[in-house]
Design a protein around this ligand. Structure first.
Ligand code: ADP
Ligand code: MG
Length: 496
């Protein structure tokens, strides 16, 4: 067990510096250097071709779409695009890397020198500067069988699946992130969320962390003061949830602070993250000048990005998430806080589609952030996983606005929709949930309620209008909540 300094104390005594290396798997149809399908899942070793599994003599070809997407991503990250960049071989041995080298980019990356503005929970924006974004290929996947934790140590045997081999990756590397202070964990996580949103807006990746489309290596170091030289960093590899990124940063800050406070030295090393308890543990030690014997891949020509091509791609960029968020906030008239809640709940697209289907923004927000958020929380699923569509929510609101159902009935209608009973109109018909505004049944219920509660009737006659509520209860009960409240009120007053 590591000795940890209390987080609040650690960030008071030391200044944390972060570095994030994020891998984004591109969703191109085919692989980076051959024509085998780039598909998630599938039987092991079925989506493969000679080049990606390193068969001797097999020649790689460059996937042009992947390069185009890398440039688009680079532009969206405010990077400069290199007119000429190259692929290089990065040598290392691992059983899931059949060639014993990975094709990556060394000295010159496709994109470099950019930045992303990250929105934080308190409404502040924090700028993260980007060193480079380069193209490379993914490796295959080893599965170790027989060990307790799935690691190679203690395993009886290992399996190799090359389906992921040569899937196009963009690695986005930040410059050292300084000035984060005690918000370092949040900044790290929100930065990766911003990358996810940008990748999705560009349509270059599903960017789903749980599928490994998006993976982060988290570098953390501490120094005495913001003026001190950079301290020694650790690199926690392959953290694959946003909560995990936050926890890994927090843990490393607390751990390194204690090491330093005890007069020790932080060891430069990679570390593993343990999601169960949010801790990290030592991996291999790593020096800065690791010698991968990079050299230009003689099988592949240079990537040439002409200014005309780059400008065309820039002109074709879609609206980016930060701009879209600001636009929608203004269009919808939400406060900053309301908008942040909407974004954090993953409700922005849903509300947008509900509004397109005809609902007001206020109504759309009411349903998605209210009743539907509650249902999602109870079922422990994301809002977008609920089996109700924005169009159905809009239809529900139309029924409310037309007075066909009230809010209480609307919740029952939603329940029916979620249970797969059809669209709101169908549920209203099938369950007989429409508001009763026909006088017939209402008059009977009103008169019965008045007869049963003469004292209340007296109070109303005496001018205590609030007492009407005491008659509404029995009327609603008699009509199973379906009485049109406005009409009931009128019928009572007519009889007073
Ligand atoms: P490596 O090959 O070791 O992964 P990279 O240069 O690819 O190195 O990535 C290192 C990451 O860590 C970059 O984001 C870099 O800005 C950041 N970094 C470098 N030095 C420090 C430091 N002292 N503390 C925190 N982060 C650092
Ligand atoms: Mg790295």
């Amino acid at each position: 067990m590591d000795k940890l300094m209390k987080y609040s104390e650690a960030v008071e005594k030391f200044d944390p510096v972060l570095g994030l290396e994020v891998h984004v798997e591109l969703g191109t149809k085919t692989k980076m250097f051959d024509q085998s399908p780039n598909e998630f899942g599938g039987d092991p070793n079925t989506n493969i071709a000679p080049a990606s599994i390193g068969l001797p003599g097999a020649l790689p070809t460059i996937n042009k779409t992947a390069i185009e997407w890398a440039i688009r991503l680079g532009l969206a990250l405010n990077c400069e695009i290199s007119e000429v960049s190259r692929f290089a071989r990065k040598h290392y041995f691992y059983p899931d890397l059949a060639k014993a080298y990975q094709i990556s980019q060394a000295a010159v990356a496709v994109a470099h020198n950019g930045w992303v503005d990250v929105e934080l929970d308190d409404g502040d924006t924090f700028r993260v500067e980007i060193e480079r974004a380069h193209v490379e290929e993914d490796a295959g996947k080893n599965t170790h069988i027989g060990s307790e934790d799935g690691r190679i140590q203690g395993a009886a045997y290992s399996l190799v699946d090359f389906n992921r081999s040569s899937v196009p990756l963009i690695e986005i590397v930040t410059k050292p992130i300084e000035g984060a202070g005690d918000r370092a964990p949040e900044i790290a996580s929100k930065y990766v969320q911003a990358l996810r949103d940008i990748a999705r807006a560009l349509g270059v990746s599903e960017a789903r962390m749980e599928r490994g489309n998006l993976r982060a290596d988290v570098n953390v170091s501490l120094r005495e003061t913001p003026e001190s030289p950079l301290g020694t960093r650790t690199e926690t590899k392959n953290v694959n949830t946003f909560r995990g990124i936050e926890k890994a940063v927090r843990y490393e800050i607390s751990r390194q602070a204690q090491v330093l406070a005890d007069g020790g030295e932080v060891v430069q090393q990679t570390r593993h993250f343990h999601a169960e308890d949010g801790t990290t543990s030592a991996g291999r030690s790593k020096s800065d000048a690791e010698d991968y014997r990079y050299f230009p891949d003689p099988d592949l020509g240079p990537i040439v990005a002409s200014p005309e091509w780059v400008e065309r791609l820039r002109a074709e960029l879609p609206e980016l998430p930060a701009v879209r968020r600001r636009r929608l906030r203004d269009e919808w008239g939400f406060s900053e806080l309301e908008m942040r809640d909407v974004v954090n709940a993953g409700a922005m697209d849903l509300i947008e589609n509900t509004v397109s289907a005809g609902a007001s923004s206020a109504a759309a927000r009411k349903w998605w952030m209210g009743e539907l958020s509650r249902v999602a929380r109870e079922a422990d699923v994301e809002l977008e996983e609920l089996t109700v569509t924005p169009a159905q929510v809009a239809e529900l609101q139309v029924l409310v606005d037309e007075g066909k159902i009230n809010d209480k009935l609307a919740r029952q209608v939603l329940e029916g929709v979620l249970a797969g009973e059809g669209d709101p109109v169908e549920v209203v018909d099938a369950r007989g949930l429409a508001v009763v505004s026909d006088d017939g049944p209402l008059i009977a219920a009103v008169e019965a309620a008045m007869a049963d509660n003469p004292d209340v009737v007296e109070k109303i006659r005496g001018g205590k209008m609030a007492a009407i509520g005491a008659l509404m209860g029995p009327v609603m009960k008699a009509t199973r909540g379906q009485a049109d409240a406005k009409r009931v009120r009128e019928l009572i007053m007519e009889r007073i």
